[in-house]
Design a protein around this ligand. Structure first.
Ligand SMILES: NC(=O)c1ccc[n+]([C@@H]2O[C@H](COP(=O)([O-])OP(=O)(O)OC[C@H]3O[C@@H](n4cnc5c(N)ncnc54)[C@H](OP(=O)(O)O)[C@@H]3O)[C@@H](O)[C@H]2O)c1
Length: 225
């Protein structure tokens, strides 16, 4: 039974990955901050899909927590076959706002954690000669939302770099570039999404189903919808 470790697995895209991979029989390792919601998610997935689910309570803006999750990724006693680097949050600040504490958190959660877990998984998977890493980025990086678009472009570039380094090793790396998805992500955002036309919104479950179908076929970056 293959194992998938998913960050941000309790809502939106991460929850959709957890459900879809449980349906495929994956053993799951779920990562998020809210311990109560994490346990409830794990219990539900186990009850519905009869798969083994482990939880790791971690705040990926905390460097020690990032290292703790990386230790799970590297643990040879529970090899991770699929890493989904998904955790993220929507910007509530402009780039020029004073005291960019939130931007520092965003860089930690959506760059440092992605890089640390991606590098750890890449090295461990290369040793075993197989594995897949999916880094969730974003399609609409031409829209300025604080530092968010720059962060998402970095995730795409990092994925390309890791994919090139791991080419021919049996490890595939993909940047997933979703369009706008209705989730908790936009709650409290400083940027109004009301002007975004209905037709460009996508459904997270469908986005993930289409992404997994593309990943079954080849290792290229998937652009669902
Ligand atoms: N929604 C969109 O329109 C959209 C479009 C393109 C790309 N994306 C990307 O898709 C990814 C998921 O977005 P989503 O819409 O599914 O978001 P979401 O519904 O807000 O879910 C975010 C998930 O990440 C976890 N999380 C947030 N901060 C965390 C932290 N510091 N440490 C650990 N876990 C954390 C949350 O759980 P806890 O709160 O319990 O930690 C939750 O499980 C993000 O990387 C986002 O940039 C989203």
């Amino acid at each position: 039974m293959p194992t998938a470790l998913i960050t941000g697995a309790t809502a939106g895209v991460g929850m959709s990955f957890a459900r879809a991979l449980a349906r495929r029989g994956y053993r799951l390792v779920l990562v998020a901050r809210d311990a109560v919601r994490l346990s409830a998610t794990a219990a539900l997935l186990h009850a519905v899909h009869a798969v083994e689910v482990t939880t790791v309570v971690a705040d990926l803006s905390d460097h020690a927590d990032i290292e703790r999750v990386a230790a799970h990724v590297e643990d040879p006693s529970l090899p991770v076959d699929l890493l989904v680097n998904n955790a993220g949050f929507g910007p509530r600040q402009l780039a020029i706002d004073p005291g960019l504490v939130e931007s520092d958190f965003a860089l930690d959660v959506m760059c440092l954690a992605v890089r640390t877990l991606g590098d750890s998984a890449g090295a461990a998977m290369r040793e075993r000669g197989h594995g897949r890493i999916v880094n969730v980025a974003m399609l609409a990086t031409w829209i300025a939302e604080g530092h968010h678009s720059a962060i998402r472009l970095w995730v795409k570039a990092y994925s390309d770099e890791l994919a090139a380094e791991l080419a021919g090793t049996g490890v595939e790396v993909t940047a997933l570039l979703p369009k706008w998805l209705r989730s908790e992500f936009h709650e409290g955002s400083a940027f109004s999404v009301s002007a975004i036309p209905e037709r460009v919104w996508a459904d997270a479950d469908r986005c993930v189903a289409e992404a997994l179908a593309e990943l079954d076929v080849d290792g290229a970056a998937a652009v669902p919808g």
